[in-house]
Write a protein that binds this ligand. Sequence first.
Ligand SMILES: Nc1ncnc2c1ncn2[C@@H]1O[C@H](COP(=O)(O)OP(=O)(O)OP(=O)(O)O)[C@@H](O)[C@H]1O
Length: 608
Amino acid sequence: MARSGLNTSGNDVGTDAPKVKLNKESFRQGLRIFRFTLPYRTKFIIGLVLLTLSSATTMAFPWIIGKLADTASGHPVALPNGTLVTINQIALAFAGLILIQGLFSFGRIWFFTQVSEFTVRDIRQALYQKFVTLPIPYFERNRVGAITSRITSDVSVIQDSFSLTLAELFRQVTTLLAGIVFIMVVSVKLSMFMLLTFPPIVVLAMVFGRKIRVLAKATQDELAKTNVIVEETLQGINTVKAFTNEQFETGRYTSSLTKTVRAALRSNLYRGGFVSFVIIGLFGGIVLVLWRAATLVQSGQMTIGDLTQFALYTIFIGASVAGLGELYGKVQSTLGSSERILEILDEPAEPTHRPGATPLQIRGDIAYQHVAFRYPTRPDLAVLKDITFDIQAGEKVALVGPSGAGKSTIVQLLMQFYELSGGKIFIDGRDAALLDLTELRRHIGIVPQETILFGGTIRENIAYGDTSATDAEIIRAAKQANAWQFIESFPEGLDTLVGERGIKLSGGQRQRIAIARAILKNPAILILDEATSALDSESEKLVQSAMDELMVGRTSIIIAHRLSTIRKADKILVIDSGQIVEQGTHEELAHYDNGLYANLLKLQFELS
Ligand SMILES: Nc1ncnc2c1ncn2[C@@H]1O[C@H](COP(=O)(O)OP(=O)(O)OP(=O)(O)O)[C@@H](O)[C@H]1O
């Protein structure tokens, strides 16, 4: 995540946003982000015109001040018709110019802000849309933190560049070029003298500056290491104490701190050197130029007004050179961020929500034929080896087997979350891989082990199963799911907030919300992942009867952990190490001596 950090001297050493080398390719890539600005190009162009005008008025300031100085020192300006301009008139014109400049600046900020806000909204929206349509394996390869930082910090960098960096870049470059032209007009001799004196000093200062940044970064890294020690030991404080390692850890922290101080001192040695270099080099240079200017004024080759103009334009040039140095880093981060954003936008999405897909009617026959599977993140592990089974529409099938056998994987594949490594899955006799994903998933309902509730009201959470459901439908679903009783007991009923900001529901209550969701969705195929953690018997009964009701008339696959569920199943598939090792009804399998099912049964019986 991009965050700005302070080094031990309290100086910002910049963000760790990605930076890329500036070259033709990175520019070409980065500029593609501009396609998001295209819809707002009129506003952008107006902003640019206003920016040009405001820069131009700024550039006129030194010129007017010079004229003021000339008029004051007895060299009044004459208009083309010969009349001499007074100090008051110049001052008045100056005030007018300042007013116009203020208006231009306001307009520029207003237009650029709109462009950047709208652009950034569109980028965020495009990113989000892409994220939710990316296939599941993408989220296994990338950490959530890394993904969210794309949509927050990377986009913020882009926002900065549209609202500030771009305008600044334009202004600094024009100021630099115009400034050089102006000083040349004022005095070619002095300009040449100055241009020979300063650039070498500036180049040296830049080299110096880079070295300081590297050292500051090293200091920051050392400081981060000390923080890691604090975090680690405080999190594992019980372990530290149990091993009586308090002194050892203190020693470790102290030696890390010493390293930080050493790095900080080294960095500040250079910083001190830099400051004295600036004082001696830069101010020395200024004295040199002033000395040259004074001789030119004395010999009548320049007026005091010229000198004033020259000095002010020089300051402008200096400021824009310094500004450009800083902008260089910003342009790099901008290109880096836009590259990362574009990379995501270029990822192939799952083919969901295909326009024109014909609505699918599903009865609920399921057939797995020689299904083999490896997770894309762990290609070396054959999770499913050769899974073949049939389920008729309306049947209840229980998957049982030891932890890690592959039960959840079997049902995930039904949802087409992953591509199979081998074999085929048929739904109503049709190859599931060829069905429209949105249509297919619309017909599959899932009650997971751990129900995820979204922050919001209970109403919103139930309506997740059908966002167009009416209150009456939601209440009916809640009643069928045995959830209405507890919802009703809350003072705010369906409007009760759940999740982080609201009430915390118990495991059994959350499951009943999930069941209500599934009832609203009204799917032909149902996947139930029974919770392994035990509910209290009252809650268990409520959940069980709600589930039984939900299963009526639907093809149900249950990842079963409870005897009661397993007994009621039409068929039991016993899974071990990615294979079906036994299948049949409870009666058939229970009498299969030394079978895995019989053993699991014995174990459960003993436990209960
Ligand atoms: N997303 C994933 N990426 C990589 N490997 C995975 C992933 N999910 C599961 N696995 C691995 O696949 C194997 C089967 O896991 P699965 O979750 O299907 O087992 P399970 O039978 O449902 O187990 P449990 O009853 O404990 O939930 C395990 O070895 C597991 O480590």
